[in-house]
Every structure is written in structure tokens, then in C-alpha cells.
Design a protein around this ligand. Structure first.
Ligand code: 13P
Length: 253
């Protein structure tokens, strides 16, 4: 059985009070309403992480993630945060290679490979993001493009290391646009990714890999998306900022 996961990527949203209120609401709703086999992950901005951790520390279904980490171990990188710092406050996951980081901060596949290595070395599960722009989607070469992102940032890992990774497919044209990939479009890419991973690491590892969908996933489309055989959950942006919407998405399996 593959792990079912719903992760909320808050991006650059929520002050301390807003973040604590949202977390408290999610903790209460998840405790009452969510079945035990779904892993719920919250990815607040760095400054909120210790206090969010404090609120979830006794909730076994909810885990803490960072939204990014630096590709260096430590040192003179003003404003940056290392994988070891993230791990030291009790986080378990880190989002790596989000399209917003690739686009606005020019992160490259090679740089992301280093981030993945440091995440794993610090016992963090990388939630590795991939996905194509509208231009690439329309060119028809999107599967090759996405598989290449995976190859260049992940295929240097040993089988044991790779088995600790979660992948999130986030078509850029569906992020924050209200335009969702149809369940068929999501399933097509997820199945292609799984097949590609099987070619490198074998069927067992590919079968146990959790592949999340991200891009305007909402309570009203999550059920259909999560029903696809190769969609193992979601990486949620906008809808993760509302406790009711986020919990309803978690309940969509
Ligand atoms: P939206 O759910 O707001 O489209 O964002 C998706 C995303 O980028 C999650 O990381």
C-alpha cells in the first residue's frame, strides 16, 4: 500500500497569529474527522515552523515540512536556511524544487540534486516537485520534460535513498490559476512518472512511491483526482489556507 499524503504549502502567507489559528483549527478537525492512514503535512514559512510544531507535536497524523532548504551544509549564505536547521526543530519533510523557486530564484536541476542529498542526509523526506509550463504542455513534450527533471535531480540516488522520496507533480499552468489538470491528465503524467522510475529503480520501488498532484486542488475536485490509481494525494496551495477546505481535501480519499 502506498502512503496517502495531503500536504499544505502555505507559501508566503500567514502571520504568526494567523498561522497558529489555522493550525489549531486543522489539528481539531483532523483529530475528529480524518482516518488514520492519511499523512497530513503542514508546510508553513520558516519563521512559523517551531510554533506550528509545538501545536502538532502530540498529533500523530500531522507532520511538519519546510518549503525549501539551501544546497549548502552551512556557512555565509545570508538569509538562507539549512536542512540540518529544519531537521533540528522536529520537521520531517522539505519541499524541494517548487516551480515558484525554479522560476523566481532560478533553481536548477543540478542545484536541486544537492538539496535532495542534504535533506536525506538530515533525515528529511524530500517532497520533490516537477511539472511543465503551459508552453511545454502545448508543445506535446511534457512527459519528456518532467522525466528529465526527475532524472537530473533524483536518479543519482541509491535505491534505498530514492525509496524515501515523495514526488509532487505540479503543472505550472494549473498553479493558483483555478485551472486544474483533469483527472485523466493527472493520471497520465503520474503513470508515466511511475513507469520511468520503474525503469531506473524497479517495479517494487516505483509501486511504493507516493506521487502527489498539485495545482488548484480543491474540495470539489480532490475526490476525482485522488481516485486515480497513480495519484496518492495532493500538494495544496490556496486551499490549504482555509482549515475547512484543507480538511475536506484530506477527507477526499
Ligand atoms: P494552488 O493549490 O494554489 O494552485 O497551489 C499549488 C501549489 O503550488 C502547491 O505547492
Amino acid at each position: 500500500m502506498r502512503q496517502k499524503i495531503v500536504a499544505g504549502n502555505w507559501k508566503m502567507n500567514n502571520t504568526l497569529n494567523e498561522g497558529l489559528k489555522l493550525t489549531t483549527e486543522i489539528v481539531n478537525m483532523v483529530a475528529d474527522e480524518v482516518r488514520g492512514d492519511v499523512k497530513v503535512i503542514l508546510a508553513p514559512p520558516f519563521v512559523l515552523m517551531p510554533q506550528v510544531k509545538n501545536l502538532i507535536k502530540n498529533v500523530d497524523k500531522i507532520y511538519l515540512s519546510a518549503q525549501n532548504c539551501n544546497e549548502n551544509v552551512s556557512g555565509a549564505f545570508t538569509g538562507e536556511v539549512s536542512a540540518s536547521m529544519i531537521s533540528s526543530i522536529g520537521a520531517t519533510h522539505v519541499i524541494i524544487g517548487h516551480s515558484e523557486r525554479r522560476e523566481y530564484f532560478k533553481e536548477t536541476n543540478a542545484q536541486l540534486a544537492k538539496k535532495v542529498d542534504l535533506a536525506l542526509a538530515n533525515n528529511l523526506t524530500p517532497i520533490f516537485c516537477c511539472g511543465e509550463s503551459l508552453e511545454i504542455r502545448e508543445s506535446g513534450n511534457y512527459e519528456t520534460f518532467i522525466c528529465n527533471q526527475i532524472k537530473e535531480s533524483l536518479f543519482h540516488l541509491s535505491a534505498d535513498e530514492f525509496s524515501k522520496v515523495v514526488i509532487a507533480y505540479e503543472p505550472i499552468w494549473a498553479i493558483g490559476t483555478g485551472k486544474t489538470a483533469s483527472s485523466q491528465q493527472a493520471q497520465e503524467v503520474h503513470a508515466a512518472l511511475r513507469k520511468y522510475v520503474a525503469g531506473q529503480y524497479g517495479d517494487d520501488i516505483a509501486e511504493s512511491l507516493s506521487i502527489l498532484y498539485g495545482g488548484s486542488c480543491k474540495p470539489d475536485n480532490a475526490k476525482e483526482l485522488f481516485a486515480c490509481p497513480d495519484v496518492d494525494g495532493g500538494l495544496i496551495g490556496g486551499a490549504s489556507l482555509k482549515s475547512r477546505d484543507f480538511t475536506d481535501i484530506v477527507k477526499s480519499f
